[in-house]
Design a protein around this ligand. Structure first.
Ligand code: ATP
Ligand code: ATP
Ligand code: MG
Ligand code: MG
Ligand code: MG
Ligand code: MG
Length: 266
């Protein structure tokens, strides 16, 4: 096709390739989910349907982008880690952020009814997206540790806050004042003494978030991909020793199917 005289405007577009051999992390986060969660009657402090829907949307992203080696999600956010070596979309940051974010958002809406049933979606939710590069394995692990530590800090606070509001009928302001300046140990004690809750016994998904990993499984004798949601500690070394393929490139390890595994594909 002949070039039009307008073609030159393409020169205004920026080259946006990410540095080679770095971990690329795309993180999406729900816009205004404080309000969204109230409008859609989320259980407080943790709505399990909403967490499982976030995980389902993340699986759609894992299915599309095979070079994602690990993901981590909690609340209204999810991080996707692309392998250092990937050449997907020539490592163009705008392509990656926009495609991951829009696929995640549309999957969230697409699967809404599977998790929320009769609870009608009131408006089209949006997610923001960003990409950050981490040059070393240690930086990447610290990033993931940072997100998991955040789950714990927020969950402990929110569990106290919502018990005070829902069961002691404190106003939001009174609950905030009650918690101001308290240490983790004070919060654990408050939960135990006033609400008979042992924080350690709360579901792991609330305390540790969801770590998504990829494994290979046999289904009817055929090798398939499995995306597996785990709710374990990823700050310590054990997880990384048990799952060495995450940081290295190589074949996915074959694992036995467990009834908690939901997501398989070719
Ligand atoms: P922003 O647009 O800046 O991200 P936001 O209102 O989404 O604003 P966040 O800091 O992202 O603020 O917090 C998300 C909020 O969404 C949480 O504080 C909580 O109120 C709510 N939320 C998200 N997931 C859940 C869930 N599974 N159960 C209950 N509430 C949730
Ligand atoms: P990429 O992912 O690279 O954008 P693509 O398949 O979306 O690949 P485009 O160059 O964006 O390629 O072209 C979009 C294609 O979608 C068109 O070539 C056409 O085949 C189809 N298409 C889009 N809108 C319409 C429409 N309204 N009616 C019929 N076909 C359409
Ligand atoms: Mg935010
Ligand atoms: Mg948000
Ligand atoms: Mg958030
Ligand atoms: Mg197109």
């Amino acid at each position: 096709m002949a070039k039009s005289k307008f073609e030159y405007v393409r020169l205004f577009e920026r080259e946006d390739r990410c540095l080679p051999n770095t971990w690329m992390v795309v993180r999406v986060d729900g816009k205004g989910f404080h309000r969204f969660s109230e409008l859609h009657s989320f259980d407080k402090p943790n709505d399990s349907r909403a967490l499982r829907l976030m995980n389902r949307a993340a699986v759609a992203v894992f299915r599309e982008f095979r070079d994602i080696s690990i993901g981590f999600g909690h609340s209204d956010e999810f991080s996707f880690v692309f392998r250092r070596s990937t050449e997907v979309y020539n490592r163009r940051s705008e392509k990656l952020v926009s495609l991951v974010t829009s696929l995640f958002s549309s999957a969230y809406v697409y699967y809404w009814g599977d998790y929320f049933g009769e609870e009608k979606l009131q408006y089209p939710p949006a997610f923001d997206g960003r990409i950050v590069l981490y040059p070393t394995d240690e930086n990447l692990r610290d990033y993931l540790s940072w997100r998991q530590a955040d789950v714990h800090v927020n969950n402990l606070y929110n569990t106290c806050y919502w018990n005070l509001v829902l069961h002691q009928k404190l106003t939001p302001k009174q609950a905030e004042d009650r918690l101001k300046g308290t240490l983790a140990s004070d919060k654990n004690e408050l939960l135990f003494k006033e609400f008979n809750i042992n924080y350690n016994n709360l579901p792991e998904i609330f305390k540790k978030g969801t770590t998504m990993v990829r494994k290979s499984v046999q289904v009817n004798g055929k090798p398939m991909h499995a995306v597996i949601p785990l709710h374990c500690d990823i700050i310590g070394n054990k997880f990384w020793v048990d799952n060495p393929e995450i940081l290295k490139c190589g074949k996915l390890p074959l694992v036995q199917i467990d009834e908690s595994y939901e997501y398989f594909f070719n």
